[in-house]
Design a protein around this ligand. Structure first.
Ligand SMILES: Cc1cc2nc3c(=O)[nH]c(=O)nc-3n(C[C@H](O)[C@H](O)[C@H](O)COP(=O)(O)OP(=O)(O)OC[C@H]3O[C@@H](n4cnc5c(N)ncnc54)[C@H](O)[C@@H]3O)c2cc1C
Length: 385
């Protein structure tokens, strides 16, 4: 089967699955701030969430191109992949840097859905994007790490079995380079919560199951460390291109959803005796949003091709994320404007998707930080920090 045929079949199958979770499903969860348990269960049982896990561990061993199509179609259907997308990229750290024993222990269970690895603990309240300044410490005591500190915006902790935690094992003052001394540790959440780890939900603008997490002498077995001690920052960077491409695809899905809705509404809504889409003031912004979403998609496809060929793709992955996030946000604004007052009504779903796609200007990496990566690492301009 050619890649094109595979992708077309994949899109059709994911669309069919998503049709079982209509707008009303997501709208109702949003109102209750509830987790899309049935959707995540279905995406797991059908194997889509294990797309990137190699076949020998029970996954389907597909590439990032295919994984990104799955997430794109979820968002294009009106849903929100953010409920479970992190498993696809967090799992990569285990796959690339975990020991054989860790891979054999966890990956088949993640693929089958017996275990969820949905939580990723990096961001801290006082240090934000400046990751190397993080203060959470994991101090080795015999065969355990004792963890103390705090994380913020850690999503899906309450709906996951495992969390990949990034903590300092060597204080910043004692390392030669600030990127040294960070370590990745797999935390078994069922053991940890209530035994040194406390989780406090954050009420946010979107339904994202996001939380603050506090560590007070949490003990984690040393055998849960992924890779070498002190090399966690490098492992973190290794996973970023996959994350950027997957999020770009979600934004493309959002962008297409907005353009579909806006163009349909512009044809149907009659004011002053004609469809509002007959006015160029309404039609052209929708057309421009479409152009920008499709252009961003090309960069996302290019980045995915390079990634799957094992070629360097840092520049393309970052550019794809930036272009797609901007295009989906533009499309969101245009759709709100096209819908007039009805854009604000929850029943039309525009305001929900508008809030959801706004996240990608800020997380998992903000637009400014991508521009600084391009400025410094692609265009070789001076470092600003
Ligand atoms: C809903 C949600 C879910 C999240 N889920 C997770 C999660 O599961 N796990 C996790 O670890 N994190 C998560 N995050 C955190 C997210 O990755 C961060 O919010 C994001 O990286 C930005 O960090 P910050 O909020 O600390 O902003 P800051 O670092 O405080 O930055 C604030 C603003 O200043 C800008 N800025 C900062 N420094 C510079 C500079 N040198 N030059 C130019 N501009 C600059 C930034 O671009 C940003 O716009 C989530 C966040 C949200 C909102």
């Amino acid at each position: 089967m050619s890649n094109n045929e595979l992708h077309t079949d994949l899109r059709t199958a994911v669309r069919e699955l998503c049709s079982r979770f209509p707008d009303s499903y997501w709208r109702e969860l949003d109102a209750r701030e509830a987790y899309p348990e049935d959707f995540v269960k279905t995406l797991t049982e059908t194997g889509y969430l294990a797309a990137l896990i190699p076949e020998k561990f029970g996954g389907s061993g597909l590439g990032i191109a295919e994984a990104s199509i799955i997430l794109e179609e979820v968002n294009r259907s009106g849903g929100n992949s953010a409920a479970c997308h992190a498993q696809m990229y967090i799992m990569g750290t285990l796959l690339r840097h975990g020991s054989e024993a860790q891979q054999a222990q966890y990956l088949p269970k993640i693929a089958s859905g017996e275990l969820r690895l949905q939580a990723f603990g990096v961001t801290e309240p006082t240090t934000g994007t400046d990751t190397t300044q993080m203060k959470t410490m994991a101090v080795r005591k015999g065969d355990r790490y004792v963890v103390n500190g705090q994380k913020v915006w850690i999503s899906r902790v309450e709906y996951s079995d495992l969390m990949l935690l990034v903590a300092r094992t060597t204080p910043l003052e004692e390392v030669k380079k600030k990127t040294e001394g960070l370590t990745t540790i797999l935390v078994n959440l069922k053991d940890a919560i209530g035994n040194g780890m406390t989780v406090r939900p954050i009420r946010a603008m979107i339904n994202h199951a996001t939380t603050e997490v506090f560590f007070d002498n949490l003990e984690v077995p040393v055998e849960n460390r992924i890779g070498e001690e002190g090399k966690g920052f490098r492992y973190l960077l290794d996973g970023l291109n996959a994350e950027r491409i997957l999020i770009a695809a979600e934004c493309v899905g959002d962008g297409r959803w907005f353009v579909d809705r806006a163009s349909k509404y512009a044809k149907d809504r009659v004011v002053f005796g004609r469809p509002i889409g007959q006015n160029q003031g309404i039609q052209f912004p929708i057309a421009r949003a479409h152009v920008n979403v499709e252009a961003a998609d090309l960069m996302r496809i290019r980045a995915a091709e390079l990634f799957d060929a094992g070629e360097p793709c840092g520049a393309e992955s970052n550019m794809a994320k930036l272009l797609a996030a901007d295009a989906s946000w533009e499309a969101a604004n245009v759709t709100m404007q096209t819908y007039g007052g009805f854009g604000f009504a929850a029943d039309y779903d525009v305001e929900r998707k508008f809030r959801e796609t706004r996240l990608y200007q800020t997380a998992p990496i903000s637009t400014n930080l991508i521009l600084s990566f391009i400025g410094q690492h692609v265009l070789d301009m001076p470092r600003s920090f």
